[in-house]
Design a protein around this ligand. Sequence first.
Ligand code: HEM
Length: 313
Amino acid sequence: MVDPLAEQAVDALQAVTGAHPGMRAAHAKGTLCAATFTPSPEASSLSRAAHFAGGPVRAHVRFSNGSGDPTAPDYAARDGRGLAAKFYLDGGATTDIVAVTLPAFFVRTPEDFLAFARARRPDPTTGEPDMDAIGAFLADHPEAMTAAMAVVSALPPESYLRCAYNALHAFRFVDAGGGSRFIRYRFEPDAGEATLTADDAETRGADYLQHDLAARLADRPATFTLTAQIGTDEDPHDDPTAVWPDDRTRVTLGRLDVGGLAYDREQAGDVLVFDPTRVTDGIELSDDPILAFRSKAYGVSVARRTRIDHAET
Ligand code: HEM
């Protein structure tokens, strides 16, 4: 069943960046990589999920820019970058983590997402952002300011491999004994974070992040550390606009080795979908309404870019 609000949300995204046949309605430009994930010894004490239990598991990682316009240059600074990871489990099952460079999300309800996306629609006469509409939305939604300030102050990254990525929603980790806790994921680049000036990024060209990825990975694999921030009873698990305090315990879940570009998926019409609600035993969804809504909106985008049901992918 198609969700009308999800249809409207994708319509609103496409009104901002245009509809581009065959492309994702958000994060349209990106590069797929082959990876392996090796869990830390501590991971299995927090969650009984299969990929935290033992040896390395195969993964795909897609790095992307936030825009739904696949022709937007990589040096556009005001754009959250994405890291989407898919872990391949025994028996053909998969589980995904989808993360961005922002510290928080803009909105806490699907209705607010729609209102914000509509406020971001360019002025039809000038083609420029309608700052009055955006300003009015932000004035009514102070919870959006953390993400908005991060976007406004963001510098272009030196490399996708030198960004930290946050999955923003809370998930409930369930251990082998049935004990549970809420966590938030973060991927940290072992090479450290690094940005460029706007001028330097522009000099490197419209596709510099895609070229950089190919060049660095041809040289050597890159690694990220996946961590879980453990929430306390005071930390909301249904609100992706609220940053959890820095002093919360952070546990290393494992190492993601990004080995090189991947050519085994997304070729010749093959469809790959990363969906943050695709969890596995030992990981449960929180009651964050944005998290549940994402799956519906992604389904609409997938249907538009492929004309198939994303449950098949
Ligand atoms: C209501 C909130 C949201 C909506 C409506 C939305 C919408 C979308 C859509 C339509 C796509 C394209 C899906 C596809 O065709 O496969 C997408 C991709 C993506 N979104 Fe969201 N999104 C939302 C929230 C978020 C949040 C909170 C994050 C970060 C935690 C995020 C990160 C990403 C990333 C990284 C991708 C690219 C995944 C890939 O490489 O396949 N989104 N989003």
